[in-house]
Design a protein. Structure first.
Length: 218
């Protein structure tokens, strides 16, 4: 079960969580993929000795917390303190309360989190982290970065890769399949672009080689 969980945890709790944090909170330091991976590993390797359930960060939880007002690390501290107090004061009696929680309300909250995740797709061609480049001089607002302009062809390519990834996840109900499908689509575009550049370079060389006759004759 642990081996089967590795692709999902790596994508959703490490890679996606880091990318989503950069999109939702661009003014705060973005946790790196390595830092999130170490954090998840330490939590699980430590908690298992005390009977804890497997835990992770998760892009879905981040999106839901952001949608309902969380904007800093203090919100997570308050959430943890509240959960600890409820567990200590009420114990297993909370199970009856959780079972009585209206499912319609829970569905609305899950839908809100899903919409927040979907909204991130709007920034794919505008404010995504990979579109920001270091500038030689400080850009406006003193960030020291500038946003790379994306052509219409590249916009279409980025959208297609995202849609192929989403389709793979939904069709096979497996994040790993969607990830592989998206990567194959991306590299297919990269190979095509490389081949077009090589062909154009060969055509230029051919034209230069065939222009040996002088333009002016004496």
């Amino acid at each position: 079960m642990g081996i089967a969980q590795l692709p999902l945890t790596t994508l959703n709790s490490v890679i996606a969580a880091s990318a989503l944090a950069a999109d939702l909170l661009p003014d705060l330091p973005t946790p790196s993929v390595g830092a999130l991976g170490v954090s998840v590993a330490v939590m699980n390797l430590t908690g298992c000795w005390f009977g804890a359930m497997p835990v992770c960060h998760g892009a879905g939880g981040l999106a839901a917390q952001y949608r309902f007002g969380a904007r800093s690390g203090a919100s997570i501290i308050l959430l943890g303190v509240a959960k600890a107090l409820l567990g200590v004061l009420f114990g297993e009696s909370l199970l009856d309360l959780l079972r009585a929680f209206p499912r319609a309300l829970l569905g609305i909250m899950v839908l809100a989190a899903g919409l927040e995740l979907a909204r991130v797709g709007q920034t794919l061609n505008y404010g995504a982290p990979d579109l920001w480049e270091d500038a030689a001089v400080a850009a406006t607002a003193g960030t020291g970065k500038k946003r790379r302009k994306v052509s219409e062809e590249e916009r279409s390519r980025r959208w297609t890769v995202m849609l192929v990834t989403t389709a793979g996840i939904l069709a096979f109900k497996n994040d790993a399949v969607g990830f592989v499908a998206g990567m194959l689509c991306h590299y297919a575009y990269s190979v095509t672009e490389w081949a077009e550049r090589k062909a154009a370079e060969m055509r230029r060389r051919g034209r230069r080689g065939g222009e040996r006759a002088p333009l002016l004759r004496s």
